[in-house]
Design a protein around this ligand. Structure first.
Ligand code: PMV
Length: 352
């Protein structure tokens, strides 16, 4: 009835790309210039928790509260795009079955909370939009698969489309102008490579300098290296890292991951004006990983950096003393320059 309050709660994980998404060919639909591939972290330390509710009794407008602060939903085109797609899917269900409550007509109330710093280059928008889409899809009891929902989440934040699935997830660029084939798909479940671990080193929990959309547009418009990466470098790397994942070949996985992080940051430096996401502490982490790999005599660790100074280091649990132990000893949470560290595993996303 109109007085009832309908509600759904969900959590969504962070994903950290090993082949980076950087550059949009369509800024409205969030269509990428290159495919990307990420690893979904368990929700042990980083996650978004979102509750979506609706009722005929709610005040007329949709609302969004993020970490205790009301957001101006009307100025967020991306949030509006996600909500209107989800509502259209619900409306289609109601049109087909008149016994269903008319939830599509009710105002929505969305309350979302991160257990980690927002917009610090810790993929908060990925977990945030994935949780929003999953929560509203659950509230509306939509039959769409995670792959189909990834099309909606992508419009919130590109990387969010990869947080609807667990394990190793590819986001294919797609070819169509309407973006209907620009979707995320699972390459391998977490159980395929259970030894994989991630260490998130928080260099700074401050808000990042240049938001990713703005940074991407500067890079797309001014860097010649960017076009080279998107057209000639990433396609081979996507194929090679998928093979490394299939074969659980850590040295190959690690080298491709590190090289792609470096190439992505090189395109930022090649932008005009140049964009710097990594800082001196980030570079110390890069040197440390190369030192560990050299001293051990095999590749046991891989670093990657998103649009911020924080490092994510991948390693296999048999090497956790070597890698996490050494990193913690040298750059650990109590060392100046570091705000903290999270240890994490790769996980599946469990369907509600
Ligand atoms: O999803 P966005 O618009 O916040 O962009 C994310 C970009 C990177 O994190 C740097 C790379 C990636 O693939 O996640």
């Amino acid at each position: 009835s109109n007085e009832s309050v309908y509600r759904a709660t969900t959590t969504a994980p962070v994903n950290i790309a090993v082949i980076k998404y950087w550059g949009k060919r369509d800024t409205t639909l969030n269509l990428p210039t290159n495919s990307s591939l990420s690893v979904t972290l368990s929700q042990r330390s980083l996650r978004t928790l979102t509750t979506a509710s609706c009722s005929g009794n709610f005040p007329a407008e949709d609302t969004l509260n993020l970490n205790g602060k009301p957001q101006d939903i009307r100025s967020s085109k991306r949030t509006l795009a996600c909500i209107s797609s989800l509502r259209a899917h619900r409306k289609a269900l109601e049109d087909a079955d008149s016994s269903l409550p008319a939830l599509s007509k009710f105002p929505l109330r969305i309350v979302s909370e991160n257990n980690f710093p927002t917009a610090a280059g810790l993929a908060s928008s990925a977990a945030g939009f994935a949780a929003l889409v999953r929560a509203v899809a659950d509230l509306y009891q939509l039959p769409q698969s995670p792959k189909e929902l990834s099309r909606i989440a992508r419009q919130g934040s590109g990387s969010a489309c990869r947080s609807l699935m667990g394990g190793y997830v590819a986001w294919r660029t797609g070819e169509l102008a309407d973006g209907s084939d620009s979707l995320a798909e699972e390459v391998a479940p977490a159980s395929h490579w259970p030894e994989m671990c991630a260490l998130v080193l928080v260099v700074s929990a401050e808000k990042k300098d240049v938001p990713s959309t703005e940074g991407m547009q500067t890079t797309v418009g001014t860097s010649a290296l960017f076009a080279e990466r998107a057209q000639n470098v990433v396609p081979q790397r996507m194929a090679a890292i998928e093979t490394a994942i299939r074969d659980r070949n850590f040295p190959d996985f690690a080298e491709i991951t590190m090289r792609d992080s470096n190439t992505f940051h090189a395109t930022c430096l090649d932008s005009w004006p140049p964009i710097f996401y990594m800082n001196d502490v980030s570079r110390a982490a890069v040197r440390l990983v190369h030192d560990i790999n050299r001293v051990v005599g095999r590749t046991v660790a891989a670093y990657t950096f998103d649009a911020g100074p924080n490092a994510v280091i991948y390693y296999e649990d048999k090497d956790s003393e070597l890698v996490a132990g050494t990193v913690k000893a040298i750059l650990g949470p109590n060392t100046e320059g570091w705000d903290g560290a999270f240890y994490d595993r790769i996980a599946n996303v469990t369907a509600p």
